[in-house]
Design a protein around this ligand. Structure first.
Ligand SMILES: C[S@@+](CC[C@H](N)C(=O)[O-])C[C@H]1O[C@@H](n2cnc3c(N)ncnc32)[C@H](O)[C@@H]1O
Length: 327
């Protein structure tokens, strides 16, 4: 079957493994599958395997003759109640503990030269957020950690401890787009040594911001910034976007879902750049939509996490075919 014919015939009703609904509800599942345009026998990669929601949907569509490589640098994703369980359930799924920047090496090791589809669903998963011991949330107390790869350096605690006030302010400004970054950094450093506690840090940030509590907690932007910094999230995303032209097969699709403007900007810029020819190369891909897709009202009601999701997708051009057509 041609994969373009396949893309509108998705019945999600029996593809949603019910046990996963408690772990991580996959965001925009229909839009993801439509834009991945999978086909039986395809080779696909889910670089953000997480709770395994999208991974299972992809495995179902690709069938026994295809392969889905799942990637996640967090050991939590490899547990049986997350993507690890999906890898055990489906013979066509292989799950690897690695980060985006290591993807080319992972594919080489698996004997894969090019892939037909790639999914990247950024951010953290519910199993990570809900476990206060991981320190991702200031709604419950936990250590100042937030590392996806718990063997990596630094944790948030180490980052704050080892950063100068100016560097900390820059992190909070750049990755949190926080206007009060200098004041917040000053308060944090003045309060050091702080208890290794997310609630203690959130309290200091709230004090720095004058203790005002609007709709959004004053520590939201600072926590986002620290998470992005300790996980090198923007560098990882940039590395993945850079390898896309080399790893996508002709007519291969890539789908990216982002949850804040810093990520979306990087994706938008890379997609736009590759969609336009320049003096060194022809256009690499076409954009599958002009504006990013967002979740439906129905989905945002059921899954509040989907509220800020933006989906962008591309299709790699088949340059040989295009040239022949033009002759
Ligand atoms: C939003 S969750 C994915 C949820 C998944 N789509 C599902 O349906 O359950 C994002 C996952 O990507 C992982 N992740 C984020 N950045 C990564 C990176 N640079 N390399 C590898 N894994 C990463 C996180 O550990 C997390 O488990």
């Amino acid at each position: 079957m041609n994969f373009h014919e396949n893309s509108n015939q998705i019945d999600l009703s029996n593809m949603q493994p019910p046990e996963l609904l408690f772990q991580h509800i996959p965001v925009m599942p229909k839009e993801v599958l439509d834009n991945l345009a999978l086909f039986p026998g395809a080779i696909a990669v889910d670089v953000t395997a997480g709770g395994g929601g999208h991974l299972a949907l992809m495995a179902e569509q690709i069938g026994a003759t295809g392969r889905v490589i799942g990637l996640d640098r967090d050991h939590r994703a490899h547990a049986q109640d997350a993507a690890g369980g999906i890898a055990s359930k489906y013979d066509n799924v292989e799950l690897v503990r690695a980060s985006f920047s290591q993807l080319q090496g992972v594919l080489e090791k698996a004997g894969i030269a090019k892939i037909d589809a790639l999914l990247c669903d950024l951010g953290v998963s519910s199993p990570q957020l809900d476990d206060s011991a991981r320190g991702f949330s200031f709604m419950r107390d936990g250590p100042l950690d937030m590392r996806m790869d718990t063997e990596a350096y630094p944790s948030v605690y180490e980052l704050i401890r080892d950063s100068k006030e100016d560097d900390l302010a820059n992190i909070i400004y750049q990755y949190g787009e926080e206007r009060q970054s200098r004041r917040i950094a000053r308060y944090i450093k003045k309060s050091w040594p702080l208890a290794n506690s997310t609630l203690a840090l959130a309290e200091v940030v709230a004090r720095a911001c004058g203790g005002k509590r609007g709709k959004i907690h004053p520590a939201t932007r600072t926590f986002q910034a620290l998470r992005i910094a300790v996980n090198h999230e923007l560098d990882e995303l940039t590395a993945l976007l850079k390898m896309l032209p080399d790893i996508l097969a002709p007519r291969g699709h890539a789908v990216f879902i982002s949850f804040h403007s810093l990520e979306d900007r990087l994706i938008k810029q890379a997609f736009k750049k590759g969609s336009m020819p320049n003096e060194n190369q022809p256009a690499l891909w076409s954009l599958l939509q002009k504006r990013p897709l967002i979740a439906s009202d129905e989905e945002t009601k059921e899954n509040p996490r989907s509220r800020s999701a933006k989906l962008r997708a591309i299709e790699k051009l088949d340059l040989i075919l295009e040239e022949t057509d033009a002759q």
